[in-house]
Design a binder for this molecule. Sequence first.
Ligand code: ADP
Ligand code: ADP
Length: 229
Amino acid sequence: KGDVSFNDVTFNYPDKKPAIQNISINAPAGTVIGLLGPTGAGKSTIIQLLMRAYDVKHGSITVDGVNVKDLDVQSLRSIISPVFQETFLFSATIRDNIAYGIANVTDEQIVEAAKLAKAHDFIMEMPLGYDTVVGERGMGLSGGQKQRIAIARAFIKNPKILILDDATSAVDMETEHEIQAGFKQLMAGRTTFIIAHRISSLRFADEIIVLDQGHIVQRGTHDQLVHQP
Ligand code: ADP
Ligand code: ADP
């Protein structure tokens, strides 16, 4: 149902020193894990390994008790939705961007997902609504709008595991709050990994893991970490 665990995982990219070392994380289904730490700490590597961009040789990663190495990559990725900071929109209609990669999506599902992601209102204000072409040659969208389309896409996929690259530091406070409200709805009942740059973005995490140079240097709840001397 979405249990994820990293068991003493050490990983290095070819010919490099370890990007992460002796990482153990236990994320029972539905919990929210925050990954915090400076650039190069190993946060993205943890996510890449979970999605099997690379295979680990030292330690293991399991989803619902099954080693990810024994899962077919396509089915593994079909239960994981990443919402990244640099949301990639295709030069296509909003409808196709929301439905991207998912078969047999109905218009009702698209509208429903857009409403959940708080994207329906601004889409309806566009000249052609869901048929507006966006992306490289199409209409420009703000960062916050792109993010909400990505959230709608994730709702449609209905993933057991969610990966959020919070990275709202570049947007204004109001946009940050809107995006986080969308995230919060999307997270409900799903195992979520959030890459964050500020601990204040992780108030609702069940466990925050602080990384530095590939090591876990601190872990605990937001309150535990904030009140530590
Ligand atoms: P973070 O996401 O916390 O910024 P990363 O996981 O991207 O950290 O990086 C951890 C370490 O791995 C860094 O030393 C980084 O330079 C290295 N690294 C990341 N991606 C690659 C890659 N594709 N090839 C080689 N080294 C990489
Ligand atoms: P505008 O609102 O003028 O269209 P954007 O919000 O698209 O501008 O982009 C301003 C900068 O902030 C860009 O560099 C963009 O990459 C970054 N940015 C925008 N939204 C986000 C977001 N949700 N997360 C991270 N970075 C963002």
